[in-house]
Design a binder for this molecule. Structure first.
Ligand SMILES: [Zn+2]
Length: 157
């Protein structure tokens, strides 16, 4: 899509992505289940700069970095992206700065942009919520009933 035209005319695009169809996401995933609904809205900010608002809502299966089990991670994000004109001196550095600006592109790859936003929103080390993770639950239990007791028991045998 032409991102500048999209922003200037206040267009809106809605759809749904299957998690399984996002190749760059796969090594973070526990399983391919999950769908992400998205809505991209074009607008101009107060100073007339072309912007995209990207909202995503759904869930995917991530790998818990503590116990290596899978869990459903709720995806709920809203990003606002400034479209930076080609040829502007700061274009490259602005891109390095993160998700706040993307180059204005007459042929923006919407799919790649959504995947990128989703990747950026995921935690670096995803984990089960507190109290749900098997390992965390063990850590929180009283020492005499927990891992230490098990170890002590093994030593005695
Ligand atoms: Zn866990």
């Amino acid at each position: 899509m032409d991102s500048l035209e999209f922003a200037r005319n206040g267009r809106e695009l809605r759809g749904e992505l299957a998690v399984a169809e996002m190749p760059r996401l796969q090594d973070k995933l526990f399983g391919p289940d999950g769908k992400i609904g998205f809505c991209i809205r074009g607008y101009q900010d107060k100073s007339g700069e072309p912007m995209l608002e990207v909202a995503m809502d759904g869930s995917c299966q991530l790998v818990c970095q503590r116990c290596l089990g899978g869990f459903a991670y709720p995806v709920q994000l809203v990003s606002r992206l400034l479209l930076v004109h080609e040829g502007e001196p700061d274009e490259l550095s602005a891109e390095e700065d993160g998700p706040d600006s993307i180059p204005a592109d007459k042929h923006l790859d919407v799919f790649a942009m959504l995947e990128e936003e989703l990747l950026l929103s995921l935690p670096f080390a995803p984990m089960h919520p507190p109290g749900v993770c098997q390992l965390a639950a063990r850590d929180l239990s009283q020492p005499e009933n927990g891992a230490f007791a098990v170890l002590a028991g093994l030593k005695d045998k």
